[in-house]
Design a protein around this ligand. Structure first.
Ligand SMILES: NC(=O)c1ccc[n+]([C@@H]2O[C@H](COP(=O)([O-])OP(=O)(O)OC[C@H]3O[C@@H](n4cnc5c(N)ncnc54)[C@H](O)[C@@H]3O)[C@@H](O)[C@H]2O)c1
Length: 277
């Protein structure tokens, strides 16, 4: 067992959706090092159990929870199961997502609907269900107070710099990620009186399976060698390199910690300078 870090999340119970790999798994690692119990809410049964095993090896209690987060009854059952097991819920990271390209004139209804169901609808209802639990955890004597004295929960949503402006070749993705930004703002305002903080992150280019799939699709579509499109995309990042999953996870960990208690409704670009808003 190796507990490292400053234990900023000691004893907190965190659900991270899509934590089987990529950015979500890296967030799980940093949360675990900071002392949180982590629920790996992941659709891919090839990775969900190993991810939880790897997080447990960091000295935390991690739970593998195979789930399609866009199936709302499953999502609600998961939150109930997590509370039954750990007794509470303190942090939710809405990280699970899909990404693909579709030209404006060729976009199909299933492409559009799948994207909105997973990348935005699931985020809204997971925030709603998590917030109900976080509010229920407020001690009886303090309920009804107009202002809660300290943070009662943290919600962190993964948006994207694609949510900052409409993209011609992936408007379904842009729209979903832009909705995540406005949902973050609206939820933050709705939950401010309970002192539940809601914030979002916009990565740009972070090499994960998602980028691997995009590169493969773009190579096939444009007759390119694998990696050529990705390299050109990285060149457009002002810092001239891709981000790392650890750099995204560091920001998520800060936002989950009490260091960020006075921050809510914000969306941070963690993107090498790609966007300036
Ligand atoms: N990688 C980047 O450069 C980048 C840039 C901008 C935004 N993002 C966002 O960050 C998040 C994580 O991306 P990533 O690059 O780590 O992707 P990834 O594909 O490597 O990992 C995503 C994980 O989510 C899981 N998942 C997908 N649908 C799910 C569902 N319905 N229920 C449960 N789990 C599900 C996948 O199985 C996978 O393990 C996504 O929301 C993505 O849109 C990533």
């Amino acid at each position: 067992m190796s507990t490292t870090g400053s234990q900023r999340l000691k004893g907190r119970v965190a659900i991270i959706t899509g934590a089987g790999r990529g950015i979500g798994f890296a967030i799980g690692q940093q949360f675990a090092r900071e002392g949180a119990h982590v629920v790996v809410a992941e659709i891919d049964t090839d990775v969900v159990y190993q991810a939880a095993t790897d997080l447990t090896a960091l000295g935390t209690e991690a739970l593998a929870y195979p789930i399609d987060i866009s199936d709302l009854p499953q999502m609600r059952k998961m939150i109930a199961d997590v509370v039954a097991k750990f007794g509470r819920l303190d942090i939710v990271v809405n990280n699970a997502g899909i990404s693909n390209k579709a030209a404006f004139l060729e976009m199909t209804e299933p492409q559009w609907d799948d994207m909105q169901r997973i990348n935005q609808r699931a985020v809204f209802f997971t925030m709603q269900e998590a917030a109900k639990q976080m509010i229920a955890q407020i001690p009886e004597a303090e309920r009804g107070n107009d202002r809660q004295p300290f943070s009662r929960g943290k919600i962190i949503n993964l948006s994207s710099i694609a949510g900052r402006r409409g993209r011609a070749d992936a408007l379904h993705y842009s729209v979903a990620k832009s909705a995540v930004i406005t949902m973050t703002q609206g939820a933050a305002m709705a939950l401010a009186r309970y002192n539940i903080n809601v914030n979002a992150l916009c990565p740009s280019v972070v090499p994960t399976r998602m980028w691997d799939h995009l590169d493969a699709a773009m190579a096939a579509q444009n007759g390119l060698e694998r990696g050529v499109w990705y390299k050109a995309r990285v060149e457009r990042v002002p810092l001239k390199r891709p981000g790392t999953v650890e750099e995204i996870a560091a920001m998520a960990t800060f936002l989950a910690s009490s260091d960020a208690d006075y921050i809510t409704g914000q969306t941070y670009n963690v993107d090498g300078g790609s966007e300036l808003n």
